[in-house]
Design a protein around this ligand. Structure first.
Ligand code: GAR
Length: 223
């Protein structure tokens, strides 16, 4: 049976595009895309692929709890097996996170556990780091703190700006997220006793590195 996926976005949806392009049709189906912001490019991308879209504008809600309750009702209408946060720029309530326990994924533009929160590219540059990257993880109550699944690293080079870094990190994001979605859809990826497991084996606290998986390096864009 195909894994039903709902993707939540707030913006341009380049990760959504990668998910739509690389979803294994034998394993999963993106059944809906939900945005908390009207008029964003990600919604247009979904429509172009014939995927149902919905907007739930957070500015119409008095508080986080009431917004998240409405969001759960909306998402559950699509009967998802997996909910994917793809640039969904909202802090989620514990009730929301608990409701989707073990079936909620996020992508974050840093090599977690480094640089949780915002402005990750600037912070990596200011710290003088030699590498930076992106991480896909299961979502738990702690912001950007859930069990890590898969990361990819790029070198930081002389003269890098936050914008240049962001663009190169996003290229890696577009490789990471579809892989993880397809793993989940195939039943290979699970959250067990607070640990992410691939093919039954616990993933270490730093997650897997894309560069060390079955990944074909010829697919890697220049970093
Ligand atoms: C992505 O780079 C993602 O890592 C980041 O937002 C961007 C969305 O881009 N997410 C976060 O910062 C979450 N903390 P996209 O809309 O083009 O996919």
């Amino acid at each position: 049976m195909s894994c039903r996926v709902v993707v939540l976005i707030s913006g341009s949806g380049s990760n959504l595009q990668a998910l739509m392009d690389q979803a294994d049709p034998e394993l999963c189906q993106i059944v809906a895309v939900v945005s908390n912001r009207p008029g964003v490019l990600g919604l247009e991308r979904a429509r172009r692929q014939g995927i149902e879209t919905a907007v739930l504008d957070h500015t119409g809600y008095a508080d986080r709890d009431s917004f998240d309750r409405a969001l759960v009702t909306l998402i559950d209408g699509y009967r998802p097996d997996l909910v994917i946060l793809a640039g969904f720029m909202r802090i989620l309530t514990p009730a929301f996170v608990a409701h989707y326990h073990a079936r909620l994924l996020n992508i974050h533009p840093s090599l977690l556990p480094k640089y949780k929160g915002l402005n990750t590219h600037r912070r990596a540059l200011e710290a003088g780091d030699q590498e930076h990257g992106a991480t896909v993880h299961f979502v738990t109550e702690e912001l950007d703190g859930g069990p890590l699944i898969l990361q990819s690293a790029i070198p930081i080079v002389a003269g890098d700006t936050p914008e240049a870094l962001a663009a190169r990190v996003q290229q890696r994001e577009h490789l990471l997220y579809p892989r993880v979605m397809n793993w989940f859809a195939a039943g290979r990826l699970q959250l067990h006793n607070g640990r992410a497991c691939l093919d039954g084996d616990p993933i270490g606290p730093n997650g897997l590195r894309l560069e060390n998986t079955e990944f074909d390096m010829r697919e890697m864009p220049d970093a």
